[in-house]
Write a protein that binds this ligand. Structure first.
Ligand SMILES: [Zn+2]
Length: 312
């Protein structure tokens, strides 16, 4: 039996888990509520339990590694979570903060364990799914409830000094004065996020469901302005990185009838002229629940290959 990697995508709402083979084939995909972990007395022990049960249920005897994507920055050791703002227990307390979650799992399962920011994993999936491995610069910006970003340079994910890079949701939008959940004012997320789209719905279209907004109201001023707000952060990143491709993803651009042409026009208009003289490709991430799980496995394979090379 072929060895598989167990990939986990731990989100604010759901934990998705699957077994990924060498050719990135996903099997036994399932999901449970993240609250099971958030409300556990010992959350890391709970993750062990979930993986153990998953292994037994699916008769997975031979594990190659375990790889977990989390909605947080992760230190460059790829084991230590910095802060899961969106995973809180029933008392509102952050569940994982400055904590190494790989060590306990590795001691228990006796296989390599990797932890990575979830958006980094999704970018790895999108690069593989769209065959962009040989491009010099790929920028992924994902607008969901908040904003996440990842950048691949010569095949390597961009890492800051500590692992807290690319916190794009909280770059300042000049002149913005809306209060952000982070305590600052006028952050990107105040104008370009699912949170903002919900706010627009409540204010202008309270009779409509969120998924119908682009279908019914794309041409109207509140959504036109929203699209420009989203385009702004893509234009900033395009101007900084002069990319081969920009990946557009997350719950908002993946909604039905998201006005791609209008959005691209606004990004192009905002991007620096030198970069625009060369241009770049727009690649739309597809709405697929397994991408974080497969991306986690791709990340684990890369790390294991790097580790093997550094030993050779
Ligand atoms: Zn903020």
């Amino acid at each position: 039996m072929e060895k598989v990697i167990i990939g986990i995508d731990l989100g604010g709402t759901n934990l998705r888990i699957g077994a990924v083979s060498k050719d990135n084939h996903l099997e036994n995909f399932s999901k449970i509520s993240s609250a099971v972990i958030a409300d556990a007395e010992k959350p890391i022990e709970k993750i062990c339990e979930i993986i153990e049960e998953y292994k037994e249920k699916n008769h997975l005897e031979q594990l190659e590694a375990i790889s977990i994507g989390v909605p947080s920055s992760v230190e460059n050791d790829k084991e230590t979570i910095i802060c899961t703002t969106n995973i809180r227990n029933r008392h509102g307390k952050v569940v994982f903060q400055n904590i190494n979650i790989a060590r306990e799992l590795r001691d228990y399962f006796k296989v390599p364990v990797f932890v990575n920011n979830d958006v980094n994993n999704i970018l790895l999936y999108d690069i593989a799914a769209n065959h962009l491995e040989n491009q010099k610069i790929v920028v992924g910006i994902y607008i969901g409830t908040g904003v996440g970003a990842a950048v691949s340079i010569d095949g390597q994910l961009l890492e800051g000094k500590n692992g807290a890079e690319l916190d794009l949701g909280h770059i300042p939008y000049y002149g913005g004065d809306e209060k952000c959940s982070c305590g600052k004012e006028g952050c990107c997320e105040c104008y370009a996020s699912g949170w903002k789209l919900q706010k627009i719905r409540r204010e202008y279209y309270p009779e409509d469901k969120i998924q119908d907004l682009f279908i019914k109201h794309s041409e109207e001023q509140p959504l036109q302005e929203f699209i420009r707000g989203c385009a702004n952060v893509y234009a900033i990143m395009a101007t900084i990185f002069n990319p081969d491709s920009i990946i557009v993803g997350g719950g908002v651009p993946e909604m039905e009838a998201f006005p791609r042409r209008q959005f691209e026009k606004a990004v192009n208009a905002g991007t620096g002229a030198d970069v625009m003289s060369y241009g770049f490709d727009y690649v739309y991430s597809r709405d697929y629940a397994g991408k974080g799980v497969i991306g986690a496995a791709i990340f684990a394979r890369r790390r294991m290959k790097e580790m093997a090379q550094s030993l050779a």
